[in-house]
Design a protein around this ligand. Sequence first.
Ligand SMILES: Cc1ncc(COP(=O)(O)O)c(C=O)c1O
Length: 403
Amino acid sequence: MNMITFESTRTSTIKSSPSMAVSMAAKAMRARGEQVIDLSLGEPDFDTPSHVVEAAIGAMRRGVTRYTGPDGLEELRAAIVSKFKRENNLDYAMDEISIGNGAKQILFNAFLGTLEPGDEVVVPAPYWVSYTDIVILHGGMPRVVPCGVEDAFKITPERLEAAITPRTRWFLFNSPSNPTGAIYSARELAALGEVLKRHPHVAIMSDEIYEHIVCGDVPFTSFASVCPELKERTLIINGVSKAYAMTGWRLGYAAGPKALTKVLNKLQSQSTTCPSSITQVAAAAALNGPQDFVVNAVAEYKARGELVTRGFSEIPGLEVRAPEGAFYLFPKCEAYIGKTTPDGAKIANDTELASHLLTVGKVATVPGAAFGVEPYIRLSFATSRENLGIAIERIGEALARLR
Ligand SMILES: Cc1ncc(COP(=O)(O)O)c(C=O)c1O
């Protein structure tokens, strides 16, 4: 018999996105008629602003329906260049911009385009679920630096220094952070920059996709704006998914040295060619147009963030740090590990705790293990305050049933 193996060795080294898996499980429960509240997925629950939708319709009517170059429409690149100037006081030339089908694809292209086998990427944990798998897929070795709630979920200059080796290719970090909501202040970024200045072989990838979603007192700062000497080896990753509720449109962008954007564009030309031309016009409208949608959405996230911080802090045994940005709460749940469910099953880790919250509490969450630290659970508050109120109650009750 002819045995065909469909999965390559390379692909077998990674797993499917765990947050997507939880959300699929929640959807399946809903399809069976169960009233599940899904706090597992990181996407805005608002509709894309109508002027952005109109711009896309206009693009279709005008016949902007063909391939674009791999670096995208000039009008989009110009919108990105002026966004960096206006919001971050950063000067980029048109050929220092790259676009992709979501920020995720830019990360993919950046590691595909730069890593040699065995190259190391320093990643503070908790990290966004896809970082380490994308690095591994491209032959790299994530060097994970755990930064728990006791560290305010942030890497210190000393720990960064200790993690850098002659094989380090990249330092990859995310602020505001998914899954913790932590934001690095300008001072903290400058201190990390001092370390990186001493290691000229290390490039910096700064994932700034939650830039606009700031809920606390720490303002967002773009890494390259406080470390101008490092701009020439920094790749800023950003996109329209989170700020403009455009997750399904698939448009991410990056700014960095021309030698790197050239590599990204070459990969783009041989993979998806370009993001949808219609999406590109819509993204330009989002970046150039009125920003009141963002202001209103952020005000709502802020109110929800306060609601969940208060609600979950009141549940005994959960250690809650108020998020400074993004739309996630990441409580530590150590007090519940080792406890027993009413059926006599022992909760050995946060994955089993999340599973208990789903089956008994009917709330979908993502375990800390997916983000490289345990024991925590991630709760997305990109859903209505009503849902959040119910989720707080249900989680409280489900946890109270553990002995
Ligand atoms: C930290 C972070 N970076 C990048 C992305 C990818 O965003 P997109 O591919 O939709 O632009 C996400 C999405 O969840 C994210 O949370």
